[in-house]
Design a protein around this ligand. Sequence first.
Ligand SMILES: Nc1ncnc2c1ncn2[C@@H]1O[C@H](COP(=O)(O)OP(=O)(O)OP(=O)(O)O)[C@@H](O)[C@H]1O
Length: 342
Amino acid sequence: MSSAAPGHYLVSVSTVIKTDGLTKRFPRVTALDQLTVEVQPGVVGLVGANGAGKSTLIKILLGLAPATSGTGQVLGLDIATEGSAIRERVGYMPEHDCLPPDVSATEFVVHMARMAGLPAAAARERTADTLRHVGLYEERYRPMGGYSTGMKQRVKLAQALVHDPQLVLLDEPTNGLDPVGRDDMLALIRRVHSDFGISVLVTTHLLGELERTCDHLVVIDGGRLLRSSSTASFTEATQVLAVEVTDHPDDASYDAGAAVRERLAAAGLTVGADGPRVLLVGIENDDTYDTIRDTVAGLGLGLVRLEQRRHRVAEIFTDESPAPAAGPADAPEGGTADVAAS
Ligand SMILES: Nc1ncnc2c1ncn2[C@@H]1O[C@H](COP(=O)(O)OP(=O)(O)OP(=O)(O)O)[C@@H](O)[C@H]1O
């Protein structure tokens, strides 16, 4: 690897990753099937169920495995012929635990920095900075065998960042973390881009995470591209209102949801139920809001929530849409719907 100091490769690129007809066939399965996609700088989510081809794509982009056919560039470099130049400029956080248990985080990350070509003093300095940045302090001198999953994920992220790459490829960085650990890791990933200008390609099969973290989503299924567009366009507002009403103040047995539903339907609105006291109401025009408010008040009930529903990324896998007649609830707002489970 090169002995260049970090930061020497900061050429400006408008396209971080580009593939054209990328295909990877194993004897029994086609892991990537004619994948053509372009990724711009930012935090980009690579979404797909288990087996969709995410890890295979990352390995091919790093030049660690050859494609069967098709072409690709990372930071303008050819994945077929310039793999080592790509790996100098790109950090990689693998999915599985790959940390030696009897070595400390500091020793390990210094080693990885040296492997990436940093001189000894720079490697130690960058390691200290990077471990601090990912939130590892005194514990960085202890053997990693005693670390929690969250600490191990942080070390894996640190080793991907230590040589000051332009792009990091993070394979399931929230695997094995509890909800608080996941939120911490996602905040850290956003800061990798916002504080250091490093582009991020992050894979997960938990969709709620990506909706909150990424600027852009690339969705693959069975190795094929389903959609590549801004996160905002995946989650744009629908023409459906979610209406949650209170129970009746004096009568616990009163079916508030059914009563409101009946009145709104009689007023000509399209209404579905999304829970005992939650209705989905189609927006007909500006008066719809007033009709709902007046109807609820007229029944002696209160409004807990009245909000426009947004599309969810999960819909792309399920054909599910938040229409008034949708019936059962879809994944919870901001939740962690799992592609694999849909
Ligand atoms: N070395 C290999 N030999 C044969 N088949 C493979 C190999 N690597 C991956 N596959 C197959 O290719 C398909 C895509 O696998 P890949 O690991 O890229 O998916 P993924 O989206 O990363 O899923 P996961 O999140 O489970 O890792 C799967 O059907 C997998 O079994």
